[in-house]
Design a binder for this molecule. Sequence first.
Ligand code: NAD
Length: 319
Amino acid sequence: MGTQLHSTRVVIIGAGNVGATCAYALLLRGLVTEIVLVDVKKDKAKGEAMDLNHTVPFAYPTRIWAGDYGDCAGAAVTVITAGAAYLKPGGTRLDLAKTNADIFRQIVPEVARHNPDGILLIASNPVDAMTFAAWKLSGLPSQRVIGSGTILDTARFRYLLSQHFGVDSHSVHAFIIGEHGDSEVPVWSLANIAGMRLPHFCAARGLTYDQAAMDDIFRQTREAAYTIMALKGATYYAIGAGLADIVEAILRDQSTVLSVSSLIQGYCGINDVCLSLPAALDQGGVEWVLPMNLDPQETEAMCQSAQVLKTIIAQLKLE
Ligand code: NAD
């Protein structure tokens, strides 16, 4: 714990909404000494780098530039946010996966060639399939390929629960696991505030535990991306901050437990698929995946989520 990493360079591939916001979050935290933005749209990367550089006097000394794959050499973490953002009208999640897998076929081998010792952090959607693709295409050990997974869904879930129960979201311990998407699973059986399960918390607080309200909180969590996209066209602040949390856990070697996507082998019979479970992250990437003690319904829902993802991954023909 606490070892200083040699490099504090982070490269972000894809300087769009998510990539630029991630860079901004890293800069405001003073977490790294160098941020490199790489994008096929070179002017976009250049413009974002300029704007971010003008933030430095308000933040921390940081070198920021628009670069290329050669700049991945020595980076501690390369964050990939490149790719198509959303489903085309009438398109399926599989279509999006195929489009972004083709983009990853260009990007990932280049990153791995220049930086065989770094960590890959994937945000492009569908993020679990893209994390699996990045692992296959990079040839890196699986613990060094991480997807943002359900870090965002978990944050949304905790926020909504905090509003309902009237406590700070930092005091709500609850996870969304499985796919970052429609088959994701809320772990109600272990959700707690100060170790008190939610029905117990309600009883102690003189509240009624309202199952319909809980179901609605999960529905709002699962549908949040669609709702925000309908309102403003994209989502990026929360995921930008979440990516910065993941980078921070790695750079500071914190063993922080976050719900990220990683290769799962042998959990409740689930194998050879990337999905989210709480995982401790340190300077080596995924230190270990915590084997949550789910109830039978949650286990069944996890298996179904894994199956959804396996079906998509199989069609990407990554072997
Ligand atoms: P965006 O369109 O604003 O940015 C994508 C960027 O990728 C563009 O600047 C584009 O030029 C670049 N790009 C495309 N192909 C490239 C290539 N071959 N090499 C380098 N750059 C390339 O999109 P966005 O809103 O930033 O979203 C980016 C991705 O993040 C999407 O796949 C989106 O679905 C995903 N996303 C994930 C989460 C999450 O929780 N994981 C949340 C929000 C968005």
